[in-house]
Design a protein around this ligand. Structure first.
Ligand code: UN1
Length: 506
């Protein structure tokens, strides 16, 4: 299945779902295509367009597998995740090449994506020996109080295409380490990458039914969200879809974790190291073609260094080499699809109407090697004010809006004047400002003297306001999402002891 790596495959392959340890077509036989966004004539393959029936089969398999998987000691489940990490390590280059072909970001970035999955697997292995509860003194004599963690059951995982391996593993590995079983739907823009991850799961010896793969678009996701036996849902994607999922799943009391949009600010103060800040803007705004929920999309810069920052960014960004991500010298890949290209393009008009200046880029990128892909020039808007749509809406492309401010307080106020709150960055050498930013920026993540992207697998990841619903992925906190706390009281007094009553009888 994996020889189709460099955009050179000759025949179009048809891929399958993975349900109860078997690769199968969808019941209807319907399929959809995945194409290379850098070279649209390159078809990666056909994938099952799964219906509610396919989802029901996957959920049933997961429900059955849960009976024994939940009883396997967590350290043993951890050992299986270690094998998953080892296999991902072995296949890192091969999987990364395929991911680049499917979703466009350069090979060095997809290797980072797979590495994040490897880190997540090894972290999960260690958590197998650390699923701590609490022991707490009882208020009664001869009584023992503790909490233990229990898995929830079948978890539905609906993931995004921009980190097609890392982000699913943020969900899948803690879910299964905790003793849950899962039904995983990759994004319809990255089904092949999702399939390669599940192949690793199979080859590492994860028992049948523990991880089930159903390919498809919105209706497939909806069937997962609606299924009464899916006890928890974890979603990464747009705020709009996230809200729909939340309202549907909340009605049947499912647990829901949402990771959604961002409009992440980077504050650059007049005392900042401007070279460092420039590098941070280039990587934060144009890395992954700006298609990260953590991408830097607002540069909030002190007026004293505004012109210099703009100049430095333009000087560097205009040298970025666009192209097919599996070519060695490519620094920036295409947008994911025509819809994304249309959306990003439409914001050029929005910027003009709002009165912003397009200081760099602003157009589809064309030329040798680019005409067959969804390439867009790295773009910089200046003369942006906080109320403009380009300062408020998530564009999800290589577009940075520059907002000039007069003070640090104004910078914080602009940074927070937004519906989202995922990531943020502050460039300053002043320790007071750095600590004020940590305290006062309304975001789930704040980087001091680093770009808004670069989350590490063992740290909590998530956002406030419209970005999330209070849960975190990554790190230890995600294990709170995938486990349910049970409180246990053991009374060894041999008598009836009434809490709140017998000890306080005056
Ligand atoms: C995402 O964009 O959905 O910090 C995840 C980062 C990456 C993860 C991004 N490690 O940008």
């Amino acid at each position: 299945m994996t020889e189709v790596l460099n955009g050179t495959a000759t025949e179009i392959q048809t891929f399958q779902n993975y349900i109860n340890g078997e690769w199968r077509d969808s019941e209807s036989g319907n399929t959809f295509e995945s194409r290379n966004p850098a070279r649209t004539s390159d078809v990666i393959g056909n994938f099952p367009a799964s219906s509610a029936e396919d989802v029901a089969a996957a959920v049933a398999a997961a429900k059955e597998a849960f009976k024994s998987w939940r009883l396997m000691p967590a350290p043993k489940r951890g050992e299986i995740l270690k094998r998953v990490g080892d296999l991902l390590t072995e296949r890192k280059d091969e999987i990364s090449r395929a991911m680049t072909r499917e979703m466009g970001k350069p090979f060095f970035e997809t290797k980072g994506d797979v590495q994040e999955a490897i880190d997540t697997a090894y972290y999960a292995m260690t958590m197998g020996r650390q699923l701590f509860g609490h022991t707490v003194p009882s208020e009664m004599n001869d009584k023992f109080n503790m909490t233990i963690r229990r898995p929830i059951g079948v978890c539905g995982l609906i993931s995004a295409w921009n980190f097609p391996v890392a982000v699913p593993t943020w969900k899948m590995f803690p879910a299964i380490l905790s003793g849950n079983t899962v039904v995983f739907k990759p994004s319809e823009d990255a089904p092949h990458s999702g399939m390669l991850l599940v192949k690793v799961i199979e080859d590492a010896g994860v028992p049948p039914g523990v991880v089930n793969l159903v390919q498809g678009a919105g209706p497939t996701g909806q069937a997962i969200v609606n299924h009464p036996d899916v006890a928890a849902i974890s979603f990464t994607g747009s705020s709009e879809t996230g809200s729909k999922i939340a309202s549907t799943a909340a009605a049947r009391h499912a647990r829901i974790s949402l990771e959604m949009g961002g409009k992440n600010p980077a504050i650059v103060m007049e005392d900042a190291d401007l070279d460092l800040a420039m590098e941070g803007m280039i990587w934060g705004a144009y890395g992954t073609t700006g298609q990260r929920c953590t991408a830097t999309s607002r540069l909030i810069v002190h007026e004293d260094v505004h012109d210099e920052m703009v100049e430095r960014i333009i000087a560097k960004a205009s040298t970025l080499k666009l192209g097919y991500g599996n070519d060695d010298d490519t620094e920036m890949g295409p947008l994911i699809n025509q819809k994304a290209l249309d959306k990003v393009t439409s914001y050029m008009m929005v910027a003009r109407e709002d009165g912003a200046t397009i200081a760099m880029g602003g157009e589809r990128a064309t030329g040798e090697g680019l005409d067959e892909g969804f390439f867009f020039q790295p773009t910089l808007f200046t003369n942006v004010t906080r109320d403009m749509r380009v300062a408020r809406e998530e564009i999800f492309g290589p577009v940075l809006s520059v907002i000039k401010v007069k003070s640090f307080d104004e910078a914080i106020s602009v940074a927070n004047d937004i519906e989202y709150g995922l990531s943020s960055a502050v460039y300053t050498k002043d320790v007071t400002r750095a600590f004020k930013a940590m305290r006062d920026v309304d975001a789930g993540i704040t980087y001091i003297n680093g770009p808004t992207i670069g989350a590490e697998a063992h740290m909590s990841f998530g956002g406030v306001k419209a970005t999330g619903n209070g849960h975190r992925e990554g790190g230890w906190e995600v294990y709170d999402f995938y486990t349910e706390t049970k409180t246990v009281y053991v009374d060894f007094s041999g008598g009836l002891q009434r809490a709140q009553i017998d000890n306080y009888d005056d």
